[in-house]
Structure formats: C-alpha cells, structure tokens
Ligand binder design. Structure first.
Ligand code: ADP
Length: 374
C-alpha cells in the first residue's frame, strides 16, 4: 500500500504526553435499564458491575464466574452526553483541528445506545447532543480564520454497498486510494460545506430521512447498516505562521477557488450496525443475505483488529467495504477512539461479553499519527 501523504511525525508528547498516545482508546458505556430490562428483573438479573475509580468493568457469568476488564474509561448509566464527548471524542477532534485524521466509532449490540451516543441530534435540548453534533460545534467554535472550511459527507454502508445519505440517488459509491496521498477516499460522495449548526441539523435530518426511506424500501432497519459521517476540514492559519515555506497552492482541494491551504484533515464518526449474531435459521430471502453481509463486515473488522493486536504481518483490510473504509482508522495514521455500548441484563450476557472482548482487543491496536502538510 502506498505510504500515506507527505507527512511529518510529531512527538507523542503533543498528544496527551504519554508514550502510548497513538493507541486506540476504548471506553465502555452502560445503558440505563429500560422497561424491558425491568420487566425481566434486571435488578436481580444484572451481569455488569462498574468500578469507575479503577476504570474496570466486572462481568458476571453466574454466581461462580466473574471476570474483570480494564478500559480507558467506563461510563455508568448516569454519565452525561457531555462527559462522554469530552473523554471519547474531544481529544480526537483536537487532533483533527491540528491536521491529523481521526476516527470515533460506536460498537455494540442493537439497543445498547450506539445511536444515542453518536447520532443524537438534541436540537432543542443541547444536553442530549451526541458526538456528531458536538464535534461540529467544537470545530465551529475553534476556527478563527475565514479561510478555514468545514464540509461533511454522510453515508450508509449496507449489504456491501455505500449509499450517499445526502444524495440518495448515489448508490454503490466506490472506495479508492487517492493516488497522491494513499488515503482512502470515496469519489462521488457529496461533500457539503457547512457554516453553522443550523445547517448541520438540516443535513443530518435529511440524512436520517434518506436512511429511513432507503431502509424502508429495502425492508430493513437502520440497526442493520453502518452510518458514517465524514467531517472534512481545511485550515490555513496555524502552520502559515509557524512555517511559511510550507505554503503551497492546492489544486486538488475539495472546495472550489481554494486559497493556499496548508493542512487538510478528516474526522470519521461511525455508528456501526448491531454486533449481535443474527439467527440465520429464522431468516428468509434477503434477511439471510443481510445477515451474511453484516456478519462479513463486522467479522472482518474483528479479524483486522485481532491481526493488529497480535502484530500479525497480514491484516485483511480488503475483505470487506467496512474495513476498507476504516483502513486508516485501525493500524493506520488516524487518532482513533472507540466506545463500546452494553446493556445491563444477564439475558444478553453472551452479546455483552463479546462486545467487551472486542473492546479489549481494540485497546491493543496502535496507530501512527501523521501530520499532513500540503
Ligand atoms: P442502538 O443504536 O445501539 O441500537 P439506541 O441508541 O437506539 O441503540 O438506544 C436504544 C434506546 O435506549 C433509545 O431509546 C435510546 O434513547 C435509549 N438510550 C440508550 N442509551 C441511553 C443513555 N445513555 N441514556 C438514556 N437513554 C439511552
């Protein structure tokens, strides 16, 4: 694979001061009990205990067997959206503002709070806002120069087909490597410049409506597809002052009539399809097809993470579209944070346990952050 864009390594101290600051960060978030949990006696039947001071989670299989796992953070059912943003996403967004690529991703069983964590709009109640909206708020408030620009693409990956949620007529968007930078890109996907939060709400709502319409047409649910928001950022201010010799006219910018631009970066925010195993025996027709592809993409993501965690020389990133899109996010050049979401009920012990194990393995993946200068 070609080496990623002209890059300059930066000392790890710039990114939190610790030597392992390029490691994928993983937090676990416990959803509050819902009426279904309570109906099944979740108080008595709870398989999860959190120990926030030691950032540990205890998973009880039964009265005799209990395992304890350490994460970068554990969020109880009382954790606010603000706190989750600050711990999980804020450091990644700060890196993106400096010119690095970043990824924030939610993984877990359907109904455990992935969309709540990542995609909640909170238009009327800012305290409810999820990571997508908060990241854009954060970016808007950090831009100081008029030439700094932000744009978004919003996509859905379903049955190995990339669909544009902002331009639903665009289906089957290809995934390619940029010949110049070696980065993964999706030519043809709409890239819409955004200036303020109101515009962001409008686009995310259009995206959600298109997602709903597409899924109704295909007779599926959104928990079966992966939603991917890409925030594109172009900045010209900071490095210009520091190092004027690095200025170059950029003929390939994503915005028309670019002024000289110095840094371009990208943030991927991903709400993955539900990680639960789908019972193929009970499925018919397209449901079997669906189960196969969802299993394919999440299974191949798991395989890549295992290979990276074990330092294996071969990482099978080409096995699915999801892992091709996320190639730079795991073992690549991005700063990456993962939040794994779980429910409290012992009825879902096996799904909860496999989510926790996925998070544990992802913590072993180390990325190499690179600063891109044009
Ligand atoms: P998923 O995306 O994993 O399928 P959702 O985000 O749709 O799950 O969450 C399922 C339900 O639980 C939703 O009604 C959501 O509002 C609620 N929920 C999830 N997490 C929380 C939380 N931390 N606090 C309050 N409600 C939550």
């Amino acid at each position: 694979r070609p080496s990623p864009s002209p890059a300059r390594s930066r000392p790890a101290a710039d990114h939190g001061g610790s030597a392992d600051s390029c490691r994928v960060r993983v937090a676990v978030r416990l959803r509050p009990k819902n009426s279904e949990d309570l109906a099944h006696g979740a108080d008595l039947d709870c398989c999860v205990e959190l120990q926030p001071e030691s950032k540990r989670l205890k998973l009880k299989k039964n009265n005799w067997s209990c395992e304890s796992y350490k994460f970068d953070e554990v969020f109880s059912e009382n954790a606010s959206q603000k706190r989750v943003y600050e711990v999980v996403a804020k450091p990644v967004v700060e890196s993106v503002l400096e010119g690095y690529n970043g990824t924030v991703m939610a993984y877990g069983q359907t109904g455990t709070g992935k969309t709540y964590t990542v995609g909640r709009l909170g238009k009327d109640d800012p305290s409810e806002r999820g990571i997508m909206v908060r990241a854009l708020e954060h970016i808007f408030s950090s831009l100081s120069v008029k030439t700094d620009r932000v744009a978004i693409s919003y996509l859905q990956l379903y049955l190995e087909s990339v669909q544009d949620l902002l331009a639903p007529e665009k289906n089957n968007i290809p995934i390619v490597e940029d010949a110049k930078t070696g980065e993964v890109c999706l030519p043809g996907a709409a890239i819409v410049e955004v200036k303020d939060l109101e515009h962001v709400f409008q686009l995310l709502q259009i995206g959600e409506a298109n997602r709903h319409a597409a899924n109704t047409k295909m007779n599926t649910e959104s928990s079966r597809s992966h939603a991917i928001l890409i925030i594109h950022l172009q900045r010209s201010s900071r490095i210009k002052e520091e190092n004027s010799s690095s200025l170059a006219n950029d003929a390939h910018g994503i915005f028309p009539n670019d002024l000289p631009l110095v840094i371009k970066s990208k943030l991927l925010i991903v709400d993955l399809a539900g990680s639960e195993r789908i019972d193929k025996s009970g499925s018919e027709g397209h449901m079997i097809e669906e189960a196969k592809f969802i299993n394919l993409s999440l299974t191949s993501l798991g395989k890549c993470i295992n290979a990276l965690a074990e330092n294996s020389p071969h990482v099978p990133t080409r096995d699915s579209k999801l892992t091709r899109i996320l190639r730079d996010s795991f073992g690549g050049t991005s700063r990456t944070s993962l939040v794994v979401t779980i429910g409290p009920s012992a009825r879902h012990y096996s799904e909860t346990s496999s989510t926790v194990m996925f998070g544990q393995r992802a913590m072993k993946v180390v990325n190499t952050m690179k600063l891109k200068e044009e």
